[in-house]
Design a binder for this molecule. Structure first.
Ligand code: GLU
Length: 502
């Protein structure tokens, strides 16, 4: 995982005239904070960055924003890297850890202070809280009131000498506006009077998100900042900082928010939000990737299922919508089934084995004992699977002799007491069928039904429950052939014992 060479930082703003926004040199980044698992929204952001980099032959950088030491966790970093790798979103540089760059942030802070773009703020959090509460009581909107903005130098020196800790705040111009062109949201402008003098460095010397993000995007030569629309309102602050540093701003592209079906912001209330949870539910990475790609982007021609190469070819930030995207689990389920159906057999076999191993079925009789029929069983089930979990769930009887009869299936198809004797008789006759092909099995069952003057369907449905535990399964005679004579006979005999007068 960590075999990428560490990036050598270069100081982009030492060449302020450098034209960064050149498609030939695209450099983008995904910058998760390891305070949670890889969220589907984060994965969508990573995917768009990755697609953009691959589309333009650029570089995709992974940066871990772990300056919040209390909330950042090493195991979450591991989970994020695993999630990205599983989705195939390989990075070209990094992971770069912000926690290793603190000295650099402090240096930049000092530089902004020296140039007058930042000033020390000695207000304590208690003082700030009191003033905020007073503003609230008077129904005034609160933003930092600039108490320390124009302290005389002598006063600053006095407070420092007295050991008063100081944060560093950015000096936002009092008039005018800060605007930028967003690739998705077009022109975005904010009056400077609405932007507070925000903190760059906390009094403990740790940087805020704004300082570290601008420092890193500059040092890494990021050309396009592609991230969630929740950062749209942060961008003017960052643009002001680029300007204060005399550095060109990167291009910005903010991605629409992801909502649940009730149009509220996607949260755990709507179901799983972690990429890892979808993996555990048996979703294929290519299906999840395709699904996430469509959360905000309309591919050329409006095609819904498209292989990764086509996504790369067609990806265009201009085709990303401003409108919020809705996370539709039904659509993901449909897409996953489509991908499963189209999976090359070799890959599907490996995934099914992995799934069986994960639930402890891999070594069981049935899973692998008749090597060549394992592939036949998987192939028979392929078009019916909605997730990989089906192979250990509703298809369990194909891979293990320990399976339950679905109570509803039993109730529906094992009603007739006479069926017990018939299933036992069917077992006896099938024991002599040779070769054990679907056609021969069918002939045998239909012959028995005819002799007993009953509808073959009755016997077929009862036998299906006996062999698979389910009311719905692939064609019964194909099922018999892939299970093989020994197992079919044993299961039919066993089922007969459930009938009173067998
Ligand atoms: N760490 C930030 C986040 O997870 C990154 C924001 C950015 O891309 O600038 O939201």
């Amino acid at each position: 995982m960590n075999d990428h060479p560490r990036h050598t930082f270069f100081c982009a703003f030492s060449h302020p005239q450098a034209k960064l926004v050149e498609m030939a040199n695209v450099r983008v980044r995904f910058a998760p904070s390891p305070t949670g698992y890889l969220h589907v929204g984060g994965a969508r952001t990573a995917l768009y960055n990755w697609l953009f980099a691959r589309r333009h032959g650029g570089v995709f950088i992974l940066r871990i924003e772990d300056t919040d030491v209390d909330r950042s966790k090493a195991e979450l970093v591991t989970a994020i890297l695993e999630g990205l790798t599983w989705l195939g979103l390989t990075w070209d540089e990094g992971p770069i850890h912000q926690s290793e760059r603190l000295a650099r942030y402090r240096e930049l802070g000092a530089r902004l202070e020296q140039s007058g773009h930042a000033y020390p703020c000695f207000c304590t959090s208690d003082e700030l809280e009191q003033r905020r509460a007073a503003a609230q009581a008077e129904r005034r909107a609160w933003k930092y009131d600039g108490a320390c903005r124009n302290l005389p130098e002598a006063e600053r020196a006095r407070l420092r000498a007295a050991g008063r800790p100081a944060a560093l705040r950015f000096r936002v111009p009092e008039t005018g506006e800060t605007a930028f062109d967003d690739e998705v949201f077009d022109r975005v402008a904010l009056r400077n009077s609405e932007i507070e003098d925000y903190v760059l460095l906390r009094s403990d010397g740790n940087p805020t998100y704004h300082l570290s993000v601008v420092a890193d995007d500059l040092d890494l030569g990021i050309t396009h900042v592609i991230r969630g629309a929740d950062h749209l309102s942060n961008t003017p602050k960052q643009v002001l900082m680029y300007r204060a540093l005399g550095a060109p701003t990167p291009a910005f592209a903010h991605l629409p928010l992801i909502l649940g079906p009730d149009r509220q912001r996607l949260s755990k209330r709507h179901g799983a939000t972690a990429v890892g949870a979808y993996r555990e539910q048996g979703v294929l990475p290519e299906a999840l990737g395709n699904f996430l790609a469509l959360l905000g982007w309309t591919p050329p021609g409006g095609k819904e299922i498209l292989p990764i190469e086509e996504m790369i070819q067609g990806f265009d930030l201009k085709a990303v919508s401003k409108s919020n995207a809705v996370f539709d689990l039904e659509k993901l389920a449909w897409m996953n089934a489509e991908y499963l159906r189209a999976l090359p057999p070799g890959r599907l076999l490996g995934l099914v084995e992995e799934e069986l191993r994960a639930v402890g079925l891999a070594g069981q009789a049935g899973a692998r004992d008749e090597g060549e029929t394992f592939a036949a069983r998987v192939s028979l089930l392929q078009s019916r699977a909605r997730t990989l979990k089906d192979f250990s769930g509703s298809f369990r009887a194909f891979f293990s002799d320990q399976f339950d009869y679905d109570p509803e299936a039993k109730q529906k198809y094992w009603k007739e007491p006479a069926l017990g004797g018939l299933l036992a008789e069917l077992a006896a006759r099938l024991a002599d069928v040779e070769p054990f092909t679907p056609a021969d099995c069918e002939k045998c069952l239909r012959g028995l039904a005819e002799e007993k003057s009953l509808k073959a369907g009755l016997l077929i449905n009862a036998a299906r429950v006996a062999l698979t535990g389910q009311a719905v399964a692939p064609g019964l005679f194909d099922v018999m052939a892939v299970l093989g004579p020994k197992r079919v006979v044993a299961r039919l005999r066993h089922s007969a014992s459930f009938f009173a007068n067998a």
